[in-house]
Design a protein around this ligand. Sequence first.
Ligand SMILES: [Zn+2]
Length: 106
Amino acid sequence: MTPCRCGSLLRKVTPQTFANGTRHLREECSACGAFQRYAPQHKAGKPRPAPLVDGAKLLAEFEDSLLARIGGDPAITHDAAGALGDHLLAVADELRRRFGIAEGVA
Ligand SMILES: [Zn+2]
């Protein structure tokens, strides 16, 4: 962030709607009140930009890596590893449901 002409890096942000209906965030310097810039804001109801990572792939790799680590850790007993694995898979399923992530993408 560029400092204000007064030297301050503190900003006050207020939402504003332009005449054409687009929403912006007005940034002012908190110290002297000078206008800094308008930052565009996502319109309500419009889809956000695509995520940077594929959620299904990320979750599948997280699952596989963690299960491999749990299974390969001599400090974790076979029974404990089984219980941890069950919890891990249950949480992964819950996250898939909650975020609408498809299963079985390799
Ligand atoms: Zn200032």
